[in-house]
Design a protein around this ligand. Structure first.
Ligand SMILES: Nc1ncnc2c1ncn2[C@@H]1O[C@H](COP(=O)(O)OP(=O)(O)O)[C@@H](O)[C@H]1O
Ligand SMILES: [Mg+2]
Length: 259
């Protein structure tokens, strides 16, 4: 095992995501600046990366291009060793559904289904029986403190509970990578902080890599690495990395960058 681990790191196959020269044009490309330009981004297995940027900087567009929800205008995305642009629509969708999860600002749970049914939905969509995954799902429900809420419908949940349910749904298929688009943007401060603590704990416990986009320095500070997005481009040399990232450091970097 040890030699395999060494081999893997030497061969650099531990990259889960590699985006090169990524660009996305606006539908009004002739007279508007691109929504995204010259994006170079890599993410390792198990890594937790935050992309920090103000509203309108291109955060959601970036996640959509990296996850295969949207086709970029230029550049390449390699996700789980597969180049998205070379896959058929169907294969790209399957890759996204089986190997990644997505958490949205507005939760996107189905209102007529219970929490448990919402969490099982990803299996039904890909035509897989959830029964063999029961033990894992129980672990996910417990980790997100959802045991007592399994039979509730979304209308009977608080914002924090809704987001915990949507994180459980995103983790149901045991994704290698979780995309999170401003997951605390619609939550009160305490519920938002709890959500971030849970994401950090899940990253450590299940080794699920996380790519978070946010405009909140507190949220970004939970990551191993923080990148800065401005006007559709990642700011070169601005990255924060390692121990000791906290909200005030993220905040002062934002001020330096004039973001
Ligand atoms: N489908 C679209 N059509 C036209 N403009 C878009 C579209 N999607 C995003 N944009 C524009 O691209 C920019 C970045 O948007 P977005 O990715 O939503 O940023 P963020 O998530 O950081 O707020 C904004 O100026 C937005 O108006
Ligand atoms: Mg957005």
């Amino acid at each position: 095992m040890q030699s395999l681990a060494r081999f893997r790191s030497v061969r650099d196959v531990t990259k889960l995501l590699i985006a090169s020269r990524l660009g996305l044009d606006s539908p009004e490309a002739a007279r508007e600046a691109p929504i995204l330009h010259d994006i170079e981004l890599e993410l390792d297995e198990g890594e937790f990366v935050a992309v920090m940027g103000p509203s309108g900087s291109g955060k959601s567009s970036l996640l959509h291009c990296l996850s295969g929800l949207e086709r970029p205008s230029r550049g390449t995305v390699v996700l789980c060793d597969q180049e998205l642009g070379k896959l058929s629509e169907r294969k790209r969708t399957l890759l996204r559904r089986k190997r990644t999860g997505f958490v949205f600002q507005f939760f996107n749970l189905l209102p007529d289904l219970t929490v448990e049914e919402n969490v099982l939905l990803p299996f039904l969509i890909v035509g897989e029986d959830p029964a063999p995954h029961r033990a894992r799902l129980d672990e996910v429900f417990a980790a997100l403190d959802l045991d007592d809420l399994r039979d509730r419908r979304p209308h009977a949940l608080s914002g924090g509970e809704l987001q915990r349910a949507s994180i459980a749904r995103a983790l149901a298929v045991r994704p290698e990578l979780l995309f999170a688009d401003e997951p605390t943007g619609n939550l009160a401060s305490a519920a938002g902080e709890r959500t971030m603590q849970l994401l950090r704990a899940l990253n450590e416990r299940f080794q699920t890599a996380i790519l978070l986009v946010t405009h909140n320095p507190r949220d970004a500070a939970f990551a191993d690495r923080v990148l800065f997005l401005k006007d559709g481009g990642l700011v070169q040399g601005a990255e924060l990395k390692g121990e000791g990232i906290d909200a005030s450091l993220v905040f002062s970097r934002l001020e330096e960058l004039g973001i």
